[in-house]
Design a protein around this ligand. Structure first.
Ligand SMILES: [Zn+2]
Length: 278
């Protein structure tokens, strides 16, 4: 990716090394992989999962925005987030709406969110209740080593996916989904979750479409993104963690579906190409 020298977002809260961070504790490597698999990728609604893990520890939710970091990986995140802001701002304005960007909270190990205590082992997540994206940068080592999806655009795709959930919240979809899932069976609820996740993949692709137009990414970056989408499909993760594939338990979609919807967004560059609920 050609990202250096581009605008860095100021909507980043750096909580690394802050008091109020809590140790995840007790998770071995196997446990880490399992939690990864059941939470961010193949798991339940992050809000449900997080509230289940909430230990009621004192919050860091209203921490002030820290000074700009100088390390390269967080600067990269700021640039990616800044570019999603420009893209979604333009798309919302075309539709006569206003884009209110999320805050990216960079944390280490654990932090408080309005959805409960976020832990790095969960992977990145979006909390609709405080409209923040939560990210521990060490997740990207996992993405590279365990899931075989290295590269800066693979990381950008993950952030853009979480921003995609924020877009869903702004468009009212997250709320409609939550109420639809309340009366639904587990299987129905999982199927709704897959559609919601695939739409976030597609929105990530929409962002990629505009990033390509600005020459921020090239074809090798796109391949990285597609590889990342395939690496975190439910079928592939289940095979890795359980040795078998149970389609009814999918919550994010198969590798093939994730690749397909990311690609659709990427090619079309339009929100209406992302109707996964049709
Ligand atoms: Zn998601």
């Amino acid at each position: 990716m050609d990202w250096k020298g581009r605008r860095e977002s100021s909507n980043v809260e750096d909580r690394r090394g802050m008091p109020g961070g809590m140790r995840a504790g007790g998770l071995g490597l196997g446990g880490l992989l399992l939690v990864l698999a059941i939470s961010y990728f193949t798991g339940q609604d992050p809000a449900e999962l997080l509230s289940g893990l909430d230990s009621g520890a004192p919050g860091g939710a209203s921490q002030p925005v820290g000074p700009p970091a100088t390390d390269e990986s967080s600067r990269f995140m700021r640039v990616v987030l800044g570019d999603t802001e420009e893209t979604w701002d333009a798309i919302f304005r075309q539709q006569g709406q206003q884009y209110d960007p999320p805050t990216l909270v960079i944390f280490s190990e654990a932090t408080q969110s309005a959805c409960g205590v976020g832990q790095s082992a969960m992977g990145p997540f979006y909390c609709p209740a405080d409209r923040n994206v939560y990210l521990d940068l060490t997740f990207f080592d996992e993405l590279d080593r365990r899931f075989g999806a290295p590269g800066d655009f693979a990381q950008a795709y993950v952030v853009a996916h979480e921003v995609g959930h924020h877009v869903q919240t702004l468009l009212g979809l997250s709320e409609r989904m939550a109420s639809a899932r309340r009366g639904a069976s587990q299987v129905e609820s999982n199927a709704l979750s897959v559609r919601q996740e695939l739409q976030a993949d597609c929105y990530s692709g929409v962002w990629g479409h505009y990033a390509a137009r600005k020459n921020m990414i090239d074809t090798s970056d796109v391949e990285e993104g597609l590889r990342a989408a395939a690496a975190i499909g439910d079928d592939r993760l289940q095979k890795q963690t359980q040795g078998r594939v149970v389609p009814e338990s999918f919550t994010h979609g198969s590798s093939a579906q994730r690749v397909e919807w990311f690609r659709r967004g990427l090619q079309a560059g339009r929100v209406d190409a992302c109707n996964t609920f049709q």
